[in-house]
Ligand binder design. Structure first.
Ligand code: ADP
Length: 539
């Protein structure tokens, strides 16, 4: 017997309709490429999303075709999120930090037909436009009078001219909630990038799940700053979850330096921010010498790579900001776990609670996790036994875009991470499978070695990598960037490790460098680092 309740498709257009009806005047603030601050609101976004829908209708663009963006976080990008997906076309957000050859490869693989870009990315577009024959329409996200006459891009239009003259009357179509809504490629540090094709249903369920109190705890009282780019897994779903709860959104545009982010947080009274650790490192380095304080920021979700314990401490102890450590990946929309405490932890001393907060967190309803050993057997959840981490759930990938084979093993997605899970369900990433150091049959977590290094007051950044060793197979070495003007010797740093980790896990060597290569999503590029060091050794 079926239940007798209504059936409504879970569609992205429903989010913007809701935000328009219930949170019309809630602000959407953007620092623009033009340099100024632009003020909009959910009603404006909804109206302009409909103008985009009409503009697309007049373009002879089939349902399911791909509309790409190469853009910073801002209101125009947000309008495209709703305008494109709302009409059953697919928004393909592209990471501009990739190499132009890789960008062209992605555009061709996705068969993008429209490409919208911020003017600061014009040089990239000039480099790729002749190599991307599927793109029929090039749209610069700017006013008509800012369009250069000599761009070299045939038929280049300004966004405002393209959509600005369209009617804002549009009835969002109703279609199957399993329809594809957006496309995001993994950064492809090994091999070609692979596309994750989200659906309306997966996007909405992820938004419901991520907004829960024990997850991102989002509400209409929040002023949300996604520092995480809208080209990096849909800014962790924040555009959708903010529309769902009616939160204010604050977009940083291209200005991600510590000073600009700090000023924006203060000016727009941001309560909740999200980003990768490298961004917060820049923010904290800016604030420290000025003795600056936050007047509104309450919590920040940090993920994408392991958040160093020292950062969680600094945010909490010095600034009174709660860090929510989160783990996820493109293939998980991206949220898999988030670290929030349980009732039974409330009575624990702060030191004990901090130990829990350092983990990547527990999964929430909608995501299942398991860890398997080398023989494919389930490992016990005791917080010590580690294994390959697998995920399953309604916002977890099934198959990569245009691939024939499933991405799953026995119905579960292999994440490529090695992890432990404790009795309470808290997961801790030991390492990426490819980064873990295998020394004498035992594993050393590069994350642990890096965390100890960055807890030294003179260390700005650290990366631990393996070097081949005839006796032990692999041994760890740590590559370190010192804080400006501060001295540190190899011996001092190695001595700092004593007592903080097992003796055999202490790195064999310390290499001081001026900078460590950072990849397109703000993570340390260990492949490049290994290459650079290898070259350095040969020369
Ligand atoms: P890519 O794999 O292309 O870098 P993602 O941004 O999807 O793309 O990265 C996912 C990976 O990032 C995870 O598999 C994991 O290794 C790492 N990661 C994400 N969040 C964390 C975290 N909080 N701690 C440690 N590693 C993390």
């Amino acid at each position: 017997m079926f239940g007798l309740m209504q059936q409504h498709e879970l569609l992205i257009s429903g989010l913007i309709e809701f935000a328009q009806s219930n949170h019309a005047d809630t602000e959407i603030i953007s620092r623009r490429v033009e340099g100024d601050i632009h003020r909009s609101n959910w009603a404006q976004v909804a109206k302009r999303a409909k103008q985009i829908a009409n503009a697309l209708k007049h373009m002879d663009l089939a349902v399911g075709s791909r509309v790409a963006t190469i853009a910073w976080n801002g209101y125009r990008h947000l309008e495209l999120y709703f305008g494109v997906s709302g009409t059953a076309r697919i928004l393909h957000t592209i990471n501009p930090r990739l190499h132009p050859d890789q960008l062209a490869w992605i555009v061709n693989h996705a068969e993008d037909e429209v490409l919208c870009f911020d003017m600061s990315f014009l040089p990239i577009v000039q480099a790729i436009h002749a190599k991307t024959p599927t793109v029929r329409h090039w749209i610069a996200l700017c006013d008509a009078d800012r369009l250069p006459s000599d761009s070299g891009i045939p038929g280049l239009q300004s966004y405002e001219a393209w959509m600005g003259s369209q009617s804002s009357e549009f009835e969002w179509p109703i279609f199957d909630e399993h329809t594809a809504s957006s496309l995001c490629y993994t950064s492809g540090t090994t091999g070609h990038p692979k596309g994750t094709l989200y659906s309306h249903r997966s996007t909405l369920l992820h938004a419901f799940g991520s907004a829960l109190p024990d997850v991102m705890n989002m509400s209409a009282t929040d002023s949300v700053l996604p520092v995480v780019p809208m080209f990096h897994v849909n800014a962790w779903g924040l555009p959708y979850s903010s529309a769902m709860v009616g939160a204010k959104l604050v977009f940083p545009g291209p200005a991600l330096d510590g000073k600009s982010v700090y000023e924006l947080i203060e000016q727009e009274q941001v309560t909740f921010a999200a980003g990768v650790p490298t961004v917060w490192q820049m923010l904290l380095s800016h604030m420290k010498p000025l003795n600056a304080r936050f007047s509104s920021l309450k919590r920040t979700v940090i993920g994408g790579s392991a958040c160093p314990p020292a950062m969680i401490h600094t945010f909490k102890e010095e600034y009174g900001v709660e860090v929510l450590h989160a783990w996820g990946m493109t293939e998980l929309s991206p949220l898999g776990t988030l670290c929030s405490l349980k009732n039974k932890h409330m009575a624990l001393p702060e030191g004990e609670r901090m130990k829990i907060r350092l983990k990547q967190g527990r999964s929430f309803f909608g995501v299942d996790l398991k860890i398997l050993n080398d023989q494919g057997q389930r490992q016990v959840h005791d917080g010590k036994s580690y294994g390959d981490l697998y995920a399953k759930g309604s916002w977890v990938i099934k198959k990569y875009f245009k691939e024939i084979d499933t991405a799953l093993i026995d119905g579960w997605f292999p994440t490529g991470d090695v992890a432990t899970i404790d009795e309470d369900g808290y997961m801790q990433v030991v390492d990426r499978t490819k980064d873990v150091i295998k020394s004498g049959g035992e594993w050393i977590s590069s994350i642990d070695i890096e965390n100890i290094a960055v807890s030294h007051p003179h260390v700005a950044m650290a990366a631990c990598i393996a070097i081949a060793d005839p006796k032990w197979d692999e041994r760890p070495i740590v590559v370190v960037v010192k804080k400006p003007g501060l001295a540190l010797s190899k011996e001092e740093l190695l001595a700092f490790y004593v007592g903080k980790t097992a003796k055999w896990q202490i790195p064999d060597d310390v290499i001081f460098v001026e900078s460590i290569p950072i990849g397109a999503t703000g993570k340390i590029l260990k492949t490049k680092l290994r290459e650079d060091l290898f070259k350095h050794k040969q020369s």
